[in-house]
Design a protein around this ligand. Structure first.
Ligand SMILES: *Cc1c(COP(=O)(O)O)cnc(C)c1O
Length: 236
């Protein structure tokens, strides 16, 4: 773990970059939410970030969310950003503020059903595989209208917007068309007749490409490495 000053400096730098990108695009920096991604980081690192004002964090494993939630209680609001297995839905619904990674209608149906059983109305984003990468989850651009129509019949979930994970590229400019395409979908679906579907959150951009994503309209960026350094994956 690094010293507090290191994290402080990285948060400052990322916030400055967010502001710069917003200003280049003529946007208000206040419209953009920074979601620090704390997956694989130990609670000590989250505690340090909490001291620096972090109150929301992205995680990609249900078990890790459960453990960190146990430690932090309501001090940190967690977002689920990783692929959610259908048999883990029940464990996660009451522990997260937003699920970014709803990547199939089947998963949404389970969330709705279990949400009803648990007396919850979970907030979700629809994950769109804009670049059509075989290795990535998400519905296709073409499937979105039909998916939204189906989701409008569900009474125990609330769609808050869209999310994508852009390809890993050397030059972030290569992802500009991906971000632009998702933003267009977001705008096109803003006016829709469905009571439980809103387009408030456009979750796109990570360490390598968040500035381009903001220039193209992201309202939330998910950033791990730039804040916490390279992740160490240990096999426990
Ligand atoms: C890990 C992860 C991130 C953060 O990635 P960095 O490149 O470390 O910023 C963002 N989004 C998702 C879905 C992730 O799994």
């Amino acid at each position: 773990m690094e010293g507090l000053e290191t994290y402080e400096e990285r948060f400052r730098q990322v916030r400055e970059n967010i502001r710069g990108a917003a200003e280049r695009a003529g946007r208000d920096p206040e419209e953009i939410t920074l979601l620090p991604v704390t997956k694989t980081q130990p609670v000590e690192v989250l505690e340090a970030a909490w001291q620096l004002g972090m109150r929301v964090a992205g995680e990609n494993h249900v078990q890790e969310i459960a453990e960190k939630k146990k430690h932090f209680g309501d001090r940190i609001r967690f977002h689920m950003i990783g692929h959610l297995q259908r048999n883990k839905v029940r464990q996660v619904l009451d522990k997260v503020e937003l699920i970014h990674s709803v990547d199939s209608l089947r998963l949404a149906r389970d969330i709705d059903r279990i949400g009803e059983e648990m007396g919850l109305c979970p907030k979700i984003l629809i994950e769109v595989n804009v670049a059509k990468e075989a290795s990535k989850y998400g519905i296709t651009v073409e499937e979105l209208p039909e998916t939204l129509e189906e989701l409008s019949h569900f009474s125990h979930l609330r769609v808050e917007g869209l999310m994508t994970i852009a390809p890993f590229v050397e030059n972030p400019e290569e992802n500009r068309p991906v971000f632009r395409a998702l933003r267009q979908l977001f705008v096109d679906n803003r006016e829709n007749p469905f009571h439980n579907i809103e387009m408030n959150v456009l979750s796109m951009g990570m360490t390598n490409d968040y500035q381009v994503a903001i220039e193209e309209g992201a309202t939330l960026v998910r950033i791990g490495t730039a804040l916490f350094g390279a992740r160490q994956y240990t096999t426990a």
